[in-house]
Design a binder for this molecule. Sequence first.
Ligand SMILES: [Zn+2]
Length: 154
Amino acid sequence: MKSLFAIMMIACAICFVSFTPASNPLHVDGKLVVHGHGKRACTFEVVVKGDDKVLANAKIDTSGHFKLSFTPAGEKYFDFFYIDSHHAADTIFLRSYTEFESDQLEETFYTYKGIVRVDEDDHVICPKCKKSDTVSALEGLPGYYYCADDRIKF
Ligand SMILES: [Zn+2]
C-alpha cells in the first residue's frame, strides 16, 4: 500500500512537471557597453520585462557587467531595456527575445545603435516589430525613437 502511494506521488509529480511550461530560472550574465558617457558620472540599470511586466532589474558595475535572473512563465516577449540616470524617465529598448536556448544567457548589449535601420522610404524601423509606420522621433532625446505599437523607446 505504501509503495502504491509512493508511485502515485511520483506520477503526480511527473504530471505536474510536464505540464508546467519551462520554469527554470534564467541567469543572465551580461555586459552593457556604454557609449559617449566618458566624463559624465551616470549610473546605468538594465531592466527585463516579460510582456510589459518588470521581471528583473540590475545596476551595472563600473566595468559594465550585470547579473540578473528571473523565471520565464510563458511570456511571449522578454524585452531588455536600459535606464541611464541622466535620462531616468526614459527606458531605452535594447533587445527582445521570444525564447532562450538554455537557462544561462551571456550577452553584450550596447547603448548606442551602430546603424538605425530604415525602410525603402527612409523611415526608421522599430527593432522589435520591424515596422516603420508606428515609429516617431522622440522629442527631447535627439537620435531616439518611439514605437507606438510596442510602446518602446529605442
Ligand atoms: Zn515596434
